[in-house]
Design a protein. Structure first.
Length: 317
């Protein structure tokens, strides 16, 4: 999955339609969807296992629209079995979980059809989520999950370019990063509806994106300045999106800042999911939460950079 550091929203179709250019800094992390796919040689059933188990003879009867549309996109309509599980509860996480799941599923299905394939196309998985599933999303999650690493993603209309930063910088960021689950679930597709977004207010995020590119190019990384920029971007985004935050989220965030966090943001489109918080000393801060805020501590996770992106771990020849 991924943590979008700055620029989120400038990849949305409604923003690009108005300004024509956008920019994202995104970090892939080692929190994953794990998917097992196999052919069913003795029947034509479609078996899908995720939060529940489905066994269907007709693909149109599959309740899981993500699996259904991926199968249809690649022309696989029978004799297939898919098992999906994730490292965290992914509904409305803000960590790009739907794009991560589609990326892994698409690669697995392509591998089933052609054993020589080791990567999936960003354009394909964006097409599945945007057109097949009707999600009003940008492309940043798909780029991050396919390629891995810490990347500068430049967007011009319907195209993008990718410029990776050093793995050392990525590791420095995760050494100071904590992810805290707000416990609030939301529908990201609804959050990203153009009617809920003020693109003019959001334009300030693009200026911060350019500042972040400069900052990440300097060594050693100034984590205090990065935290400040990420927080400033979050405040702009909070004012640009309807229902982006609420009293419960603001209270949690303010508590973390009061206890010594350097800054941070709510991941994804807002409304719930995970807070990404930067701290000077992660071990000290986690121990402080453990002593004073057990409920926050129990919802806190850490992550490392993922530098490889979506990949096949095993394929039976």
């Amino acid at each position: 999955m991924r943590v979008g550091l700055i620029g989120g929203g400038t990849d949305l179709p409604c923003y690009l339609a108005e300004y024509g250019i956008g920019g994202i800094i995104s970090l892939a992390i080692n929190i994953y969807w794990h998917i097992l796919i196999r052919k069913r040689p003795f029947d034509k059933n479609i078996v899908a296992s995720y939060r529940k188990l489905e066994v269907q003879e007709d693909i149109e009867n599959l309740d899981n629209e993500l699996i259904r549309e991926c199968l249809k996109y690649y022309g696989i309509i029978e004799s297939i079995e898919i098992h999906m599980c994730s490292d965290i509860s992914t509904k409305g996480s803000g960590l790009g979980s739907s794009s991560s799941a589609i990326s892994a599923l698409a690669l697995g299905l392509k591998k089933i059809k052609n054993h020589n394939i080791d990567k999936v196309s960003v354009a394909e998985i964006y097409d599945i989520e945007n057109k097949q599933l009707g999600a009003p999303i940008g492309i940043q999650d798909h780029v991050a999950t396919v390629h891995g690493g810490l990347n500068q993603i430049e967007l011009i209309s319907n195209s993008y370019s990718l410029m990776p930063f050093s793995p050392i910088v990525a590791k420095t960021i995760t050494d100071h990063l904590m992810l805290i689950n707000t416990g609030i679930q939301r529908n990201s597709y609804e959050q990203l509806s153009p009617k809920n977004i003020n693109t003019k207010e959001m334009h300030g995020i693009y200026d911060l994106y350019n500042d972040t590119v400069i900052l990440l190019g300097k060594y050693p990384l100034n984590i205090f300045e990065l935290a400040r920029i990420v927080q400033e971007g979050w405040l702009i985004k909070r004012d640009s999106y309807k229902k982006c935050s609420n009293e419960e989220i603001d209270s949690l965030y303010n508590t973390l800042i009061k206890e010594g966090a350097l800054g941070g943001k709510l991941c994804g489109s807002g409304g719930g999911g995970y807070l990404a918080i930067f701290v000077e000393d992660r071990t000290w801060f986690i121990n402080k939460l453990k002593d004073k805020y057990v409920n926050i501590y129990s919802n806190t996770i850490t992550a490392e950079p993922d530098l490889e992106g979506t990949r096949v771990l095993y394929a039976d020849a």
